[in-house]
Design a protein around this ligand. Sequence first.
Ligand SMILES: Nc1ncnc2c1ncn2[C@@H]1O[C@H](COP(=O)(O)OP(=O)(O)OP(=O)(O)O)[C@@H](O)[C@H]1O
Ligand SMILES: [Mg+2]
Length: 349
Amino acid sequence: MRLSWVELRDYRNHTHTRVDLGHDGIIVVAGPNGEGKTNLLEAMHFLYSLGSPRVSASEPLVRHGTDAAFVRGEFETRDGRVLVEVEIRRKGANRLQVDRSTVRRRRDLRRAIRARRRGFMDEVVVLLQPTRDTLTSSYERVLRQRNRLLKEHEGRGAPPELEAWDEQLIQTGAAVIQARAESVDAIAPEASQAFSAVSGYDLVVRYAPNVPANDVEGGFRRRLDERRSDELQRRTSLVGPHRDDLELAVRDLGARSFASHGETWVAALAVRLGLATAVEAAIGEPPLLLIDDPYSALDPSRRDRIASILAARPGQVVISVADEADVPPRATAILDVRAGSVIARNEAA
Ligand SMILES: Nc1ncnc2c1ncn2[C@@H]1O[C@H](COP(=O)(O)OP(=O)(O)OP(=O)(O)O)[C@@H](O)[C@H]1O
Ligand SMILES: [Mg+2]
């Protein structure tokens, strides 16, 4: 999948930006701090995921002093071209068009795209991002209702309806756990390999479900029994995939609490690379890979190794760099960003 071109109007600090991306390979978004590089990558991300990786509200995305931002762009997939156009409104619902017909809800977009076998919203990402997935949204609906029941229950003992909700929680939750376990299995090997190629030691990527993974339904039921009185006391659900974790361990220590700044960043990067590979396997073509500022937390030798890993990847890889020295020698295109304007540098080396 390739982004052929993208156009931004009144998107954050971009009044009007249009860039042609055309080719595979490394596309570098270059410029000093605060000029609008992250904003450009965020807009590209928005086009295929219909959300920002940074904020959940629309308001911050709309340029100060205007009422709406527009992002449009065309994806080239192995099944054909798709034009996606989004109007992001400061107030009210966003408007979305795919191939010039209006799509009302994100779910409909997913359906429209999936129906045409176009792999935009990659399934693996969806599974790893709970709010974006229908499996997880049915789980979340059950969870919300079960929580409300626990919260509003007066009197002694368990509310009579609780058992029925337990069953629903187990059914919808087991599906989520299964899907997550599969997607983590899909990303882990490549992620560990990328990490050790860069760092020289291992990263362990492990899904840590909140209920035992070997016998999900039975384990879920047992954990619910064990935590029953805690749940009644705390008036909320304490068992299930809403309490899952993705464990990353570096040098046998948990990455979240023990890894250094640079190690944490390499781990995050490695997981992204693993994800891209898993998505490629799932949709049959490399996805667009967007990496904001990959180098700044890294020492020179890690920078070099990451650079060669990125250069070796198939498909489009868009990175941003604030330091000219980090522009890779084999970039396909260099886009210079200044004050929310973008100019393609001539004949990238
Ligand atoms: N809604 C908005 N309207 C106008 N300007 C905005 C809006 N949101 C962010 N900005 C401006 O965009 C600029 C930041 O852009 P961005 O984060 O893309 O910078 P950057 O080039 O990635 O910098 P760095 O190298 O520091 O990461 C800031 O000056 C910020 O004030
Ligand atoms: Mg930035």
